[in-house]
Design a protein around this ligand. Structure first.
Ligand code: FAD
Length: 319
């Protein structure tokens, strides 16, 4: 089984989710020569990939790849597929992975399983487990028979243990120009220096009851102490307290941190769709009947304006 991993990068820096996918590819194959990474970008520090389980790195480097563009990027991944001839493509189920993989699977007439939380490979068969119906059940999906297969993995599920194998020898690949009449002219970045929600190890999230954008500072302070990223419910986003990039849930981001601290969030089905697989969930809510407590490992029935500053103070003295 040969696996090609799509290595995601931002501004030349390789994303944690790429290391996670490489680590998983190594676990599945046990052999660095069966693993290659596809890097698409410009000025990417590929030397960081040495020891992450891939013998070769196929690098599509071009200034036109500086800004993500589905036309260019899917052509580059297709060129890497043609060069390495893998059996399986692995990528993170990130916004980029969700954009590129289905498009290429359709182009290659191949099967795809998205957003998986477990995967097994045996001979020509790939089976994977993925959450469905807003995380209410887990489906086991099988792709059988020969031929190329695509799988995207949910970030922060598989872990990124460095196998200390694979020289990550870089070879350049040529990519035909995109025929899509579409260009990325501008990328508007968020101002936060913190990890993106989808890769965050700790998240402090606020809901409608936070009451204003200014009040989100209470959550920022708590997040700063434990190096967490701040998230929000859709009600908070729709009320203008937080930008959409901070929204967690069905129409926001799917997150999977070690710790999810939900402050004044009721726990609607749509919100829980994005965070219920978090490893430890702590909820602060004034209503003891709030649905969020049904998925919480620790529940604090309290006013967030009292509980969060107290928690921040306590954490400051401990950390
Ligand atoms: P509310 O439901 O109003 O809950 C506020 C909570 O705060 C209550 O439980 C209350 O007891 C508690 N509270 C009040 N005061 C305090 C206080 N001082 N201290 C502590 N607790 C307090 N929602 C998402 O979040 N993400 C999505 O991606 C998303 N997608 C959607 C897609 C669709 C198609 C639809 C129809 C809806 C979607 N929603 C989504 C909206 C969702 O249905 C809920 O409306 C939303 O999640 C509610 O947000 P909330 O919990 O902040 O607000």
């Amino acid at each position: 089984m040969k696996i090609l991993v799509l290595i995601e990068q931002r501004d030349g820096k390789i994303k944690n989710s790429a290391y996670e996918a490489l680590s998983l590819a190594h676990k599945l194959t046990g052999n660095p020569s069966d693993v290659a990474g596809a890097v698409i970008g410009s000025g990417v520090n590929t030397s960081e990939l040495a020891g992450w389980g891939a013998e070769s790195i196929l690098y599509a480097e071009n200034s036109s790849f500086e800004r993500y563009n589905i036309g260019n990027y899917s052509n580059a991944l297709e060129a890497a597929i043609k060069s390495f001839e893998p059996d399986l493509i692995l990528a993170a189920a990130s916004p980029m992975g969700k954009d590129i993989l289905p498009r290429l699977a359709a182009r290659c007439d191949a099967g795809i399983i998205t957003d998986v939380v477990d995967i097994n490979v045996s001979g020509n068969n790939t089976s994977a487990t993925k959450p469905m119906y807003a995380g209410k059940c887990l489906a086991e999906v099988h792709l059988q028979g020969e031929g190329l297969k695509f799988v995207s993995i949910r970030p922060n599920v598989f872990g990124s243990d460095k196998p200390d194998a694979g020289s990550a020898t870089v070879s350049r690949i040529e990519v035909p120009d995109s025929t899509l009449d579409m260009k990325t002219t501008e990328v508007r970045k968020g101002t936060s220096e913190k990890a993106d929600l989808t890769e965050a190890v700790r998240i402090v999230a606020g809901g409608r009851s936070v009451g204003s954008a200014d009040n989100f500072k209470i959550l920022d302070e708590c997040a700063n102490v434990m190096n967490a990223t701040v998230g929000a419910s859709r009600a908070a986003v729709d009320s203008g307290y937080a930008p959409h990039s901070m929204q967690v849930g069905q129409t926001g981001k799917t997150v999977n941190p070690n710790l999810y601290l939900a402050c004044g969030i009721s726990g609607s089905i749509q919100h829980m769709a994005g965070m219920r697989t978090s490893k430890v969930i702590v909820a602060i809510n004034t209503d003891p009947e709030a649905p969020i407590f049904s998925v919480a490992d620790y529940g604090i029935v309290a006013d967030l304006f009292e509980a969060v500053p107290l928690l921040t103070k306590k954490l400051q003295s401990m950390l």
